[in-house]
Design a protein around this ligand. Structure first.
Ligand SMILES: *[C@@H]1O[C@H](CO)[C@@H](O)[C@H](O)[C@H]1NC(C)=O
Ligand SMILES: *[C@@H]1O[C@H](CO)[C@@H](O)[C@H](O)[C@H]1NC(C)=O
Ligand SMILES: *[C@@H]1O[C@H](CO)[C@@H](O)[C@H](O)[C@H]1NC(C)=O
Ligand SMILES: *[C@@H]1O[C@H](CO)[C@@H](O)[C@H](O)[C@H]1NC(C)=O
Ligand SMILES: *[C@@H]1O[C@H](CO)[C@@H](O)[C@H](O)[C@H]1NC(C)=O
Length: 578
């Protein structure tokens, strides 16, 4: 019998060893989320004005996501990333969460960090949240993130990390925390650098027996407060004396600091032996606001429109995916992919199994991206905002637009760059990319200047004329506030030739498809109410939750019930003992 037991013991030890060695640790997931950067504000789409060698190197070594789509605004875009659902299916489709408004991403949604944490990940958010904080249970560390270092609102001052609302009676307030604790210690540190240091610290101190899930959600290149919107370190701005417009020059400085951050983050992953089992996704939450609210002088040119508009300039975003786990690396992908797809795609790549009853709008594109499959057609509802009354929809290459935002003020081609403002180093662009921090971290893998220039040219948008057709002919005109329009992006990526008058049947078909999406939409969750109890004057000078009522969600009830059950068990045990 003794022998039998020891045999079993040995067998089980062997089994556990075998098991341990075959279950390799899941890959680390690093999502670098940029705020409000335009398609024309990285150099990998062809611009010579602001060079972004680190970001470009990441794209050229991984998959350059040339058709990456996102909702056109911060709050909806972030909700989409974390839920894998369209904003119309979470109630987040209308506008952003204004500082003093009492609403947030509904508690019934299960978020990506929650799902990854259940699968054994250590989960971190560095930087911006913007999915609600009026109740404490809506804040990131109560929504699946083990740790948060950053801010709750749409933006803060880059240096003192306060939110100041002009034209209101609110006092200025700090919006910067380490978990729940206000963090005035970083006062004076440029936000991009503060977030990068924290990301590096998390990587360095990470317990390697677990995989890491980190969203590095930058303030850059969003504006700061309205009284001082454009902020960048002087030495970064000084690199752009070739840009005449002082606003765009400062914007370039913000980008330059961000580009450095990408290099430093990749360096930290490498130095901590994590890079070879990591997936890095980098993208901008939406297009740049060239003009209007929070305009940062960014450019989506030659795409039409900008942030918060129905056009490609608002919804087509800078994107790159990098990982040694991709079968094919170093190519430009023309697979249409949307922020809804990241949850299922990253979960599949990481071997994280998702709950059966999780309803997602996105699909797993990891196999197609990894194997460089032929692009497959997709349908995306880009915008469906019943309050502002506009919609934007794509069915394969056909793009439908009805209604518009801001009375059509953003319906144009904005942000064309000045001629003769090329960075002097753009003449040796390929060399610059190869000399970047990211490239030195990754090693050359045979990437050549020729290959770089070839990929760059593939990812540079031109606006071809449809043969023999002048876009200025009246029947091509699009006035979306008057009547719906549609375009064929395959021939007309810049949305210049409205085909609605020529092909009314096709237009009707697209309208019906939008109608089908409309049937599935839930009402906007926005509570458009200015709640003065948000005033930092009541919260020790901080922007902080101002209602501590427990959530009405089933999760809350469940944990309450759990406490009741645990309490009863303890009571029973106690009674039985004595
Ligand atoms: C600010 O307070 C003053 C005085 O109470 C009031 O008249 C004014 O309407 C307030 N302004 C705003 C924007 O609430
Ligand atoms: C940040 O530091 C500046 C300069 O030292 C100081 O004037 C300001 O009050 C500080 N702000 C906060 C929010 O602590
Ligand atoms: C990654 O590199 C580390 C350190 O060099 C090594 O221990 C580990 O096995 C590597 N992992 C993979 C997946 O290659
Ligand atoms: C276009 O949008 C307007 C404004 O929301 C709406 O009234 C109209 O019904 C829409 N037209 C179509 C064809 O969907
Ligand atoms: C807090 O929010 C709940 C709704 O979630 C509301 O019923 C309650 O009145 C609020 N309490 C305060 C003090 O505002």
């Amino acid at each position: 019998m003794f022998r039998g037991v020891s045999c079993l013991l040995i067998l089980s030890i062997i089994l556990s060893l075998v098991n341990g060695s075959t279950t390799s640790i899941k890959p680390n997931i690093i999502i670098i989320l940029i705020d409000d950067m335009g398609m024309n504000d990285v150099s990998f789409h062809g611009s010579n004005q602001i060079l972004t060698p680190n970001i470009d190197a990441l794209a050229y070594n991984g998959v350059l996501l040339n058709k990456h789509y996102v909702p056109n605004l911060c709050t909806p875009s972030r909700a989409t990333l974390l839920t894998g659902k369209y904003p119309i299916h979470t109630g987040m489709q209308h506008w952003v969460i204004i500082t003093d408004e009492p609403w947030g991403l509904p508690k019934k949604e299960r978020l990506m960090p929650e799902l990854f944490r259940e699968a054994g990940y250590s989960t971190h958010l560095v930087g911006k949240w913007h999915l609600g904080f009026w109740r404490q249970d809506l804040t990131p560390t109560m929504r699946g993130f083990d740790h948060h270092y950053g801010y709750y609102n749409g933006y803060i001052d880059y240096y003192d990390h306060q939110v100041r609302l002009l034209g209101t009676n609110y006092s200025a307030g700090l919006d910067f925390r380490r978990d729940f604790e206000p963090n005035p210690k970083a006062n004076g540190t440029y936000a991009t650098e503060a977030f990068t240091s924290e990301a590096k610290r998390i990587i360095e101190e990470h317990d390697k027996s677990k995989p890491l899930f980190m969203v590095l959600s930058h303030l850059a290149v969003h504006t700061g407060n309205e009284d001082n919107p454009m902020q960048a370190p002087e030495e970064e701005v000084a690199k752009f004396s070739h840009i005449k417009d002082p606003k765009r020059r400062t914007y370039a400085g913000m980008i330059s600091s961000l580009d450095k951050s990408v290099g430093q983050t990749m360096r930290a992953l490498k130095d901590n032996d994590m890079l070879n089992n990591t997936i890095v996704l980098l993208y901008s939450d939406n297009g740049a606001p060239t003009v209007g609210i929070h305009s940062n002088a960014g450019s989506n040119y030659p795409y039409r429109g900008q942030k918060e508009s129905p056009w490609e300039g608002g919804i087509r975003s800078v994107g790159a995916l990098w990982s040694p786990l991709l079968e094919k690396q170093g190519y430009v992908s023309n697979q249409a992919i949307h922020a809804i797809d990241w949850l299922p795609t990253l979960a599949a790549a990481a071997g994280v199994s998702l709950p059966q009853d999780l309803e997602l709008d996105g699909e797993n594109l990891w196999p197609s991206l990894s194997e460089k499959a032929e692009p497959k057609p997709r349908k995306f509802i880009h915008v469906l905002d019943e309050v502002f009354g506009y919609s934007s929809y794509m069915s394969d290459t056909l793009k439908y637009v009805n209604g518009s935002s801001f009375d059509g003020q953003y319906d144009y081609w904005l942000g064309d760059l000045e001629a003769n403002e090329d960075d002097p180093l753009s003449g040796i662009y390929g060399e610059q990319v190869l000399a970047s921090e990211v490239q030195s971290v990754l090693g050359s893998h045979g990437l050549t200047e020729d290959r770089i220039l070839q990929m760059r040219s593939e990812a540079t948008q031109k606006c071809p004329a449809i043969e023999g057709q002048d876009p200025l002919q009246p029947h091509y005109r699009c006035e979306p506030l008057v009547a719906p329009c549609f375009f064929d992006l395959a021939q007309d990526p810049c949305e210049r030739y409205n085909l609605a008058r020529l092909y009314p049947l096709q237009l009707e078909k697209l309208r019906q498809e939008v109608e089908e999406f409309r049937q599935t939409a839930i009402p906007s969750a926005r509570v458009p109410f200015s709640d003065e109890r948000a005033d930092p004057i009541f919260h020790n000078g901080n922007w902080e939750w101002w209602n501590n009522t427990e959530s009405d969600s089933s999760a809350g009830t469940c944990s309450r019930n759990l406490w009741i059950i645990l309490g009863s068990i303890v009571a029973l045990v106690y009674v039985n003992r004595f």
